[in-house]
Ligand binder design. Structure first.
Ligand SMILES: [Zn+2]
Ligand SMILES: [Zn+2]
Length: 320
């Protein structure tokens, strides 16, 4: 069945891999982070009780900033661990043995196993195309479906991470630069959105206008669907941008700007008022006040790369 959908959302795009690793790390660090938050909270209220420590070195003396650094460090370690665990699960037997120094290959056997492990480029240790002599690692990637599928556990982990920041996935669909190479696309993207709901769908589903079955066998038909928008749906909470910034910065998400064009209002005052008298808002994002760009006759730069914004995402799949 052919389908086409359109999603209006306020948000941004991140690489699917960085989101997956962040979600796994979020789950792994929850118990420890909650414990540290409890320590911080009790310390603030002067109710932190320490047992079995020397008086001069108690956790009571550690300032809050140190606890925050501990949390951040822990998260960084877990995000990297999630990446390495993923690669370990996909790596072929040959590469696993070679990388652990077991395999007697001319390049590895001359050096201690530990040294081989540490050398970036030999070991497949960064998310991306594997360096495998007989393409067995990439076969593991194809079999796993990791570049285009998400299992229930992954979706639940992602949902938990995003809802913790009062955000959501705009769609479970990923975006591929080249749709034909979806099964080995290490750079696929996911859209993160400020949560919205529609009146005719469950509240945990992000609203998408979907037109199904455009084409059916020999007959070419048209289908459409229209959704309305309440003014409240377009009114963002004051901390909307802060939510995105906190998530992206804390969880080391890799941002990608993939908008092709920006919709902006027609300047109706242009022909009526001299240039200097034109009303300009104090927010450069709203006014598009980039005089140098205007002089060159180009569209003003409205957004910094990766900055959250309203976007209209159209996606279609043909059965042909
Ligand atoms: Zn391999
Ligand atoms: Zn079709």
């Amino acid at each position: 069945m052919c389908w086409s959908n359109a999603t209006l959302f306020y948000g941004l795009w991140v690489t699917t891999a960085s989101l997956n690793f962040a979600a796994t790390a979020h789950k792994a660090t929850r118990p420890t982070v909650l414990a540290i938050d409890l320590i911080i909270s009790r310390r603030r209220r002067g109710k932190l009780e320490i047992e079995g420590q020397e008086e001069k070195t108690t956790a009571r003396q550690l300032p809050e900033e140190v606890w925050e650094l501990v949390k951040d460090e822990l998260l960084g370690v877990e995000i990297r661990k999630a990446e390495l665990d993923t690669l370990d699960a996909l790596r072929c037997t040959f590469c696993t043995e070679r990388d652990s120094g077991v395999y007697d290959c001319e390049c590895c056997s001359l050096r201690p196993a530990q040294l081989v492990q540490m050398e970036d480029g030999h070991l497949w240790s960064r998310w991306g195309q594997p360096r495998c002599p007989d393409a067995a690692c990439i076969e593991g990637v194809w079999r796993s479906g990791i570049t285009w599928l998400r299992n229930k556990e992954q979706l639940s982990d992602i949902s938990s991470l995003l809802s913790h920041h009062r955000l959501t996935l705009a769609s479970e669909q990923m975006w591929h630069e080249d749709p034909k190479l979806f099964d080995e696309d290490f750079e696929s993207l996911s859209a993160i959105a400020h949560p919205l709901q529609s009146t005719n769908a469950p509240s945990d589903t992000f609203p998408t206008v979907c037109a199904d079955d455009i084409h059916n066998g020999e007959v070419t038909a048209k289908a459409d669907a229209v959704f309305g928008l309440t003014p409240e749906a377009l009114a963002l909470p004051l901390d909307a941008d802060h939510r995105f910034a906190r998530l992206v910065f804390k969880y080391r998400l890799l941002l990608v700007d993939r908008t092709k064009s920006t919709i902006c209002p027609i300047d109706e005052t242009k022909d009526e008022l001299p240039l200097l008298d034109q009303p300009v808002t104090s927010n450069p994002k709203l006014s598009g006040d980039d005089s140098s760009a205007k002089k060159d006759g180009q569209a003003p730069s409205l957004f910094a790369e990766g900055e959250p914004r309203w976007m209209l995402w159209s996606l279609a799949e043909s059965c042909l």
